[in-house]
Ligand binder design. Structure first.
Ligand code: PMT
Length: 402
């Protein structure tokens, strides 16, 4: 699947460096030509000889080494490769990439190359969640660098959490997807809604919900990856906009309603992953509501049901809805599918561990009006999004090479 592709695997110094051997092996099995560049600290974890043997190519470690081949020094290598994957990518290399530092062979190639760059972060979960690392990752994503993982689980430091490097097979699959499957939805326009709307009570408070936006943002990323021109109507979140996606920021259900209805006529696909407030306060107080020591009654009025309105207005558009349920998942989801006239409904039981609000993973079922049902096991929200994108492509009658 990667025949004739020249891939540079960059290995940096973390305990997951041993998994780089498997990354190289997977890429070679897919017929890629693999070059390897290691930082000095990576060589403390795994020997260049191992990676040289697996890649069948000389390994680059030092900027000032004798050239291995006359035409593949750092600039030539940067120009020569079709993609670069840094696996594992430490917090340090991410920071250097974000700053544009070039003080060794690998970081110099990263600055010089115009090939697509993938990073598979691997680090202790506290380092991963440090604001500096998160800001660096967000910046790199904005520049078009594709971030694979990290996974959640047991870490070498003895703790459990986010920061494990994604499995080598998953990393290789990301490259395959990039090179082979990226244009199913080329020429199509897709609209995704994400996040939880906020309904203001007064200048400091609002009624909200626990949606992080992760699910909707992953769907926008997967649709964009599949070649669709993608628009993301987003309620407030801290998430970076997926590369290439046009984001329209909104706050309330009414603002989301207006933005979605404005874009709707020109869309081929609409995915409503947002958690929209069903009610809003009748009045937004001009000043901060003062506490009085007695009970407070708020009058709420219904918001428009955006998805149901789209279901009535749709002409050729494919309409995908979500159902977030805490009980009777299937019965409630079936009811929503009919009531909102959608072409596919994604049902998630938000009470299950590993599913729903704020979780990096989800557990969903796809329901279709013809009675078909696809149950997916727990997987990352991006994987769910990619499965959904494949179903969308099929519903649009597009060949998905599967
Ligand atoms: O954002 P995350 O933290 O990743 O969490 C993901 C998620 C749990 C929010 C997501 O997977 C999900 O289930 N989204 C839908 C949440 C929701 O509002 O479900 P609902 O069953 O209340 O609404 C059904 C459908 O109608 C949804 O597609 C919703 O976008 C839409 N709706 C609801 C109310 C309304 N006024 N207008 C709408 O369009």
């Amino acid at each position: 699947m990667l025949t004739e592709k020249k891939i540079l695997v960059g290995v940096t110094g973390g305990i997951a460096a041993y998994k780089a051997a498997e990354v190289v092996r997977c890429l070679r099995k897919l017929n890629a030509q693999v070059h390897v560049a290691m930082t000095k600290s990576a060589t403390e974890f795994i020997t260049p000889l191992t990676l040289q043997s697996l890649s069948s190519n000389p390994v680059y470690c030092d900027l000032f080494d004798e050239p291995k081949l006359w035409n593949v020094e750092h600039i030539a290598l940067a120009e020569h490769v079709d993609a670069v994957i840094i696996a594992p990518a430490t917090a340090n290399i991410l920071a250097k990439m974000a700053m544009g530092l070039a003080d060794d062979f690998l970081s110099t190639v990263l600055l010089a190359t115009r090939a697509p760059i993938f990073v598979a972060p691997a680090m202790n979960h506290a380092m991963y969640h440090h604001p500096a690392t998160q800001v660096n990752l967000a910046l790199l994503k904005e520049r078009g660098i594709q971030v694979i993982g990290p996974d959640t689980g047991f870490q070498a430091c003895g703790t459990n959490g986010d920061g494990r490097m994604s499995e080598p097979v998953e990393i290789a699959e990301s490259l395959v997807r990039f090179f082979t499957g990226s244009d199913w939805l080329k020429g199509k326009k897709a609209l995704v809604t994400a996040g939880g709307t906020q309904e203001p009570l007064d200048p400091v408070r609002y009624l909200g919900n626990r949606s992080s936006g992760l699910m909707g943002y992953a769907i926008a990323e997967a649709l964009q990856e599949a070649g669709a021109e993608t628009f993301l109507v987003s309620a407030p979140t801290d998430l970076p906009t997926p590369y290439g996606v046009t984001r329209i920021s909104v706050r309330t259900a009414l603002e989301m309603h207006d933005a979605v209805l404005r874009l709707f006529p020109e869309m081929n696909v609409v995915v409503k992953a947002a958690a929209v407030a069903d009610y809003r306060p009748l009045v937004e107080a001009v000043q901060k509501i003062k506490k009085t020591g007695t009970s407070l009654t708020l009058e709420l009025v219904p918001n428009p049901d955006i998805l149901a309105e789209l279901g009535q207005k749709k002409t050729s558009q494919l309409l995908i809805g979500f159902a977030a349920e805490t009980e009777n998942l299937m019965a409630n989801a079936q009811h929503k599918m009919k009531q909102k006239n959608v072409n596919l409904l994604v049902a998630n039981d938000i009470t299950k561990p590993g599913a729903g609000f704020g979780s990096p993973t989800n557990i969903v079922s796809f329901l279709f009006p013809d009675g078909r049902k696809i149950d997916l096991p727990q997987m990352s929200k991006l994987e769910v999004a990619r499965h959904l994108t494949r179903e969308i492509a099929k519903l649009l009658g597009v060949e998905t090479k599967e």
